[in-house]
Design a protein around this ligand. Structure first.
Ligand code: PNS
Length: 167
């Protein structure tokens, strides 16, 4: 079996958009490691343990997918795992600028190549921050995230809780 492809992100929390990319990556590479950034500067709503737990449940039925966390540079984590491949979703041209910059930096820093996969159209409007905002104001996200994630979001984000940060 070859080295894994990495699907990195904050996953605060995981959405059906993320899962679509992980599932499709798993069909193209021998295995996939979903790499959860432990300490992003943006104070996640869920701890890294909670984010990993939700991901593990969500990817349980996708073959050859592992969930791990990392801190620091993605290229260092890639080196630890013997991987040179990152797979990320592209929702719209607005994602492209930042993804291009990160991809080029990661190639420069560690010879890591990034494969940008167009998000499936039914998820192209999704983001974790938008999901949190909708739940905070009492909206229904049950068809946009796994059921267990919707339950946890409702428990954390009852109407009236402090504003969620933008991603
Ligand atoms: O879900 P996100 O917020 O789009 O994920 C961004 C992530 C975690 C992939 C990116 O911020 C990252 O790789 N951070 C680790 C630090 C790093 O390697 N920075 C340099 C990359 S150019």
């Amino acid at each position: 079996m070859g080295p894994p492809a990495l699907c990195p992100g904050t996953f605060d929390p995981v959405t059906h958009g993320h899962l679509d990319i992980v599932r499709r990556a798993s069909r193209c590479f021998d295995s996939v490691v979903v790499a959860v950034l432990e300490n992003p500067g943006k104070e996640p709503l869920f701890s890294v343990e909670e984010r990993m737990e939700m991901l593990r449940e969500a990817v349980a039925e996708i073959d050859r997918v592992e969930v791990a966390s990392f801190s620091g540079l993605l290229v260092d984590f890639a080196r630890e795992r013997g991987s040179r491949v990152v797979v990320k979703g592209l929702r719209a041209v607005t994602d492209f600028e930042v993804e291009l910059q990160m991809a080029q930096m990661n190639t420069r820093l560690g010879g890591v190549e990034t494969f940008l996969v167009p998000t499936s159209p039914q998820w192209s409007f999704l983001s974790s921050s938008l999901i949190k905002e909708v739940v905070r104001f009492g909206g229904d996200v049950s068809d946009l995230v796994p059921k267990a994630v919707a339950v946890r979001l409702e428990a954390k984000l009852e109407p009236g809780s402090p504003p969620v940060r933008k991603e």
